[in-house]
Design a protein around this ligand. Structure first.
Ligand code: OGA
Ligand code: NI
Length: 357
């Protein structure tokens, strides 16, 4: 039996978690994707021979060896807009604690989580399911809690107070990702031939949205997805996953499974870096598959310039031969766009590109 709740708007809300817990043998019809959008789950098809980049960040702090790390980052950004990092400075206990707090949150009874439910994309802390349960034409097998995270003092009081450990554990992880993201943005600016300090102040004062995702075990993983293909609006997204499930699209439009690497973090380029680099780097299109056996958790930390600060192509990367290929946009512009449009129908980036074709 499906557990249902009323949300603030009075329409029907059913979390993916409650469906899994009730033991449904099939996904409800609204989760069934058209055949052309279904994932191919066999790892041997289209994914066999590609090694995705894994970059050891320990040498980033060594002036002699830094250039070789920057070069690896440049190659990964050009080829995939994606890489995994090891020796990134965030301890495994901080990552484990964050995953533990998320597990406890999603295990709470529905009525507790529903205290934070909202389908308004402007709400700074909100619980939800799918992408937007109120408007999605196809639903996705995912529950989430999303919250603004930087600066912590401004937002932490609004975060879930249950489980009691949530603020402390997620707060520590969130602050650590903010530091890592600054280091990565310096490296990425350098890799583009810009000053290491390019946009330093805006990056320091930038916004951070933590999307904590829960993809419960799904009875029919071949016909549903946890998230549809999309790119993130952010400059960078730092992703912590509890098990495999993410896929990225390569230059040949093949989906590649991202392997789970113990202790590693995933770095994905978002739309803001695509614009800033004037298209030298591209944001990575990715989606999330689900599986029959385990609940998968992830923390997607989306870092961007401050809410109303527009990003535009770096003037140093624009010239007569390479005119600006993008207009500018802010995080707020993105929120306005998604509150009115279905991202699975048209990419936000298509509205930012100058030569639309
Ligand atoms: C996201 C996202 C990937 C994942 O939250 O934007 O792409 O593996 N998450 O959960
Ligand atoms: Ni994403």
């Amino acid at each position: 039996m499906e557990e249902t709740n009323k949300n603030v708007l009075g329409d029907c809300f059913t979390s993916a978690m409650s469906l899994t817990e009730s033991g449904v043998p099939h996904v409800p019809t609204r989760y069934i994707l058209p055949p052309s959008q279904r994932p191919v789950l066999s790892p041997s098809i289209g994914t066999g021979s590609i090694n995705l980049p894994v970059i050891d960040l320990s040498f980033l702090h060594d002036p002699l060896l830094r250039p070789s790390v920057i070069h690896e980052i440049e190659m990964a950004c050009k080829e995939f807009g994606f890489f995994q990092v090891t020796n990134h400075g965030i301890s495994s206990s901080v990552m484990r604690d964050a995953l533990d707090a998320a597990t406890r949150f999603f295990d709470l009874p529905s009525h507790e989580k529903m205290l934070l439910v909202s389908d308004d994309v402007h709400t700074p802390v909100r619980y939800g399911t799918s992408i937007n349960h109120a408007t999605d034409s196809v639903h996705y097998w995912r529950d989430f809690i999303k919250h603004y995270s930087h600066p912590p003092s401004k937002w932490i009081d609004l975060w879930p107070s249950n489980p009691p450990c949530y603020k402390k554990k997620v707060g520590k992880y969130s602050e650590a990702t903010h530091v890592l993201h600054k280091q990565l943005m310096e490296a990425i600016s350098e890799s583009l031939g810009l000053e290491k300090s390019y946009l330093q102040e805006e990056i320091e004062e930038g916004s951070q949205v933590m999307a904590v995702n829960c993809y419960p075990a799904c009875p029919q993983p071949g016909i549903a997805l946890g998230m549809p293909p999309h790119s993130d609006f952010s400059s960078l997204t730092i992703l912590l996953q509890s098990s495999q499930g993410l896929q990225i699209k390569d230059k040949n439009n093949n989906w590649i499974c991202v392997p789970y690497i113990e202790g590693a973090l995933i770095v994905q380029l978002g739309d803001q870096v695509e614009v800033m680099s004037n298209g030298i780097y591209r944001s990575v299109v990715h989606r999330v598959t689900v599986n029959k056996d385990v609940n998968r958790l992830s923390f997607a930390s989306l870092h961007s310039l401050p809410m109303n600060k527009k990003i535009s192509p770096a003037p140093q990367l624009v010239n007569e031969d390479k005119p600006a290929a993008y207009g500018d946009f802010s995080f707020n512009d993105f929120l306005e766009y998604i509150s009115r449009n279905d991202l699975t129908k048209q990419r936000f980036m298509d509205t930012v590109k100058k030569n639309k074709f």
